[in-house]
Design a protein around this ligand. Structure first.
Ligand SMILES: NC(=O)c1ccc[n+]([C@@H]2O[C@H](COP(=O)([O-])OP(=O)(O)OC[C@H]3O[C@@H](n4cnc5c(N)ncnc54)[C@H](OP(=O)(O)O)[C@@H]3O)[C@@H](O)[C@H]2O)c1
Length: 167
């Protein structure tokens, strides 16, 4: 379910639950749900969302939401993980870490997602970048470097806030 439209998302969820119970889909999930949306949805749900896809990158690290989803067994998935190519890819810290680990700033960000247990879906139309974005399974960030990247959070969005979206 793409967005938590007030007054509608519970009915939509019931339809998804039916598809799941009937065996017509293997997994059902939501997108752009804050903690309060998930809490409200789950008051009446028979099946918990299996995934919640939200804007997530080092400028919007969503710690309370990530903690909540982990507690509930809901997989968090990052959209716009590279902040749509804005500001982060040339950031001083990420450039420094790219040099230290022999990776690109994009690869550092994408691995930071995975090391936090967040599924990531970067988008590129450039074949070399698609390959680069998949080539991240041969290194690990130290705990100290993870914390330094966590420190970039400014709760800054490039997309809409689900609480203030004009449907
Ligand atoms: N659920 C939702 O509400 C929602 C909302 C927004 C987006 N999404 C999904 O999230 C996915 C990704 O989000 P997004 O496209 O907004 O942002 P993104 O993946 O953070 O950034 C895409 C931009 O980064 C560039 N890029 C990709 N890999 C790069 C690399 N290795 N080095 C340098 N630049 C790189 C791309 O350029 P090139 O393409 O020119 O290579 C493109 O301009 C999409 O599949 C989208 O459908 C979901």
């Amino acid at each position: 379910m793409h967005w938590p439209v007030k007054g509608k998302y519970k009915d939509t969820w019931k339809a998804l639950e039916k598809l799941y119970k009937d065996g017509r889909v293997r997994a059902i999930g939501v997108s752009n749900f804050h903690v309060h949306h998930l809490e409200d949805l789950m008051k009446d749900a028979e099946t918990k969302p299996m995934v919640n896809q939200v804007e997530y990158h080092p400028r919007l690290s969503q710690r309370p939401l990530l903690r909540y989803c982990k507690e509930q067994g809901i997989l968090l998935e990052a959209w716009s993980p590279l902040m749509q190519g804005k500001e982060l890819l040339s950031h001083e810290l990420l450039t420094e870490l790219a040099g230290k680990y022999g990776k690109s700033p994009a690869q550092i960000i994408l691995w930071w997602d995975l090391q936090h247990g967040v599924v990531t879906i970067p988008k590129s139309v450039t074949p070399a970048r698609i390959r680069e974005n998949a080539d991240i399974f041969d290194f690990e960030l130290s705990a100290a470097d993870m914390e330094r990247i966590d420190g970039l959070n400014l709760d800054r969005r490039v997309g809409a806030d689900p609480d203030n979206f004009n449907f």
